[in-house]
Design a protein around this ligand. Structure first.
Ligand SMILES: Nc1ncnc2c1ncn2[C@@H]1O[C@H](COP(=O)(O)OP(=O)(O)OP(=O)(O)O)[C@@H](O)[C@H]1O
Ligand SMILES: [Mg+2]
Length: 318
């Protein structure tokens, strides 16, 4: 167990950073809130006020899959994962490739039922799809036969919103993401960054209570990615939905988040450390990377992540 870690009654691990317990267990969260007063390591963090609702709880989640080539054996992708996200909180999960990040996001989205453990969404046990969530994938998930406008309209249409009203709301969203002039274009006529903007508008227009994002910008070039990250922060800061963001990119995780959770290498991946990102907001992802505390945080998180990345590579090579 890493230095500074505290074993929780349920077997999960809570870390002490600068004396501030960062608990990944819903049952311990209120105690942490009271004892820590939600103060970050270097001053008051942007984290939830005492009493803020728990938006998402993964409680002791384990996911197994049938092992390839064996009818009886299973592969345990994640084991005993307890993870909480508060309303309004932006949490990133980082970990080496193949450790189970997308698996956890699929569990939170209700696309995959955990083998054991449970998920709660705003206090209710999740039994099917997480309908209050917006999901943004790594790959483009736009309808290729629909224009940008019609892609943004789609979700409202499915919900039965009148076509004229849906179109005017979708147009407003395209304006917000800077694509008003491209409303009539089809996805193949848009750049990768533009397609991501359409996807953001398509997700946000439905007013999801939480956002689940799986490496949404990883296919973009560095400059476009940074633009998109800033746009995401702008959108998010307007109404602060809770976000669970999966990435293997530590810089992105720190620049965007209130908290970064590090997963161990698989199999049986689980959170090993949780870091509060008490950097000032609003943030510009390029500028925040020059902040002295960003550099400290990066070094501390990389210290934890690096071991797991090395383990993952050894296992892939073996
Ligand atoms: N449906 C499935 N059937 C069998 N194995 C699966 C299935 N889904 C995921 N896995 C395995 O579970 C592990 C975790 O996969 P997952 O896609 O969650 O990893 P990840 O952390 O998102 O990886 P990456 O960073 O490459 O996106 C992997 O070893 C993967 O092969
Ligand atoms: Mg993945």
């Amino acid at each position: 167990m890493p230095d500074g870690s505290v074993p929780m009654p349920d077997g999960s691990v809570s870390m002490l950073h600068g004396g501030v317990p960062v608990l990944e267990d819903a049952r311990g969260a209120s105690a942490a809130c009271a004892s820590a007063g939600w103060r970050g390591v270097h001053g008051v963090s942007a984290l939830p006020e005492p009493g803020t609702a728990l938006a998402l709880v993964l409680d002791d989640v384990t996911c197994t899959f049938p092992a390839r080539g064996s009818a009886r054996e299973v592969y345990t992708a994640v084991r005993g994962v307890s993870l909480t996200v508060y309303d309004g909180e932006f949490v990133s999960v980082v970990g080496p490739t193949g450790c189970g990040k997308s698996t956890l996001l699929n569990v939170a989205a209700g696309l995959l039922a955990p083998t054991t453990g449970e998920v709660q969404v705003f206090g209710e046990r999740l039994t099917g799809l997480n309908r209050g969530a917006g999901y943004l994938f790594q790959s483009d998930a736009l309808f290729p036969w629909r224009t940008a406008l019609d892609n943004v309209v789609a979700g409202l249409e499915f919900r039965g919103v009148a076509r004229s009203q849906a179109r005017s709301r979708a147009m407003e969203w395209l304006r917000r993401v800077g694509l008003a002039a491209h409303a009539a274009k089809y996805p193949h006529e848009l750049s990768g960054g533009m397609r991501k903007r359409v996807a953001l508008a398509q997700t946000w227009i439905l007013g999801p209570r939480m956002l689940l994002m799986d490496e949404p910008f990883s296919a973009l070039d560095v400059q476009t990615r940074q633009l998109m990250e800033n746009e995401l922060l702008d959108l998010w800061s307007q109404d602060r939905r809770c976000v669970l963001f999966v990435t293997h990119d530590l810089e992105e995780a720190i620049a965007l988040s209130d908290r970064v959770v590090v997963l161990s290498a698989g199999p049986a991946s689980h959170p090993i450390e949780s870091f509060r990102v008490d950097l000032p907001r609003p943030r510009d992802v390029q500028e925040i990377a020059l902040h002295p505390h960003y550099v400290e945080l990066h070094a501390a998180i990389w210290q934890a992540l690096k071991q797991e990345v090395l383990k993952a590579h050894e296992r892939i090579d073996a």
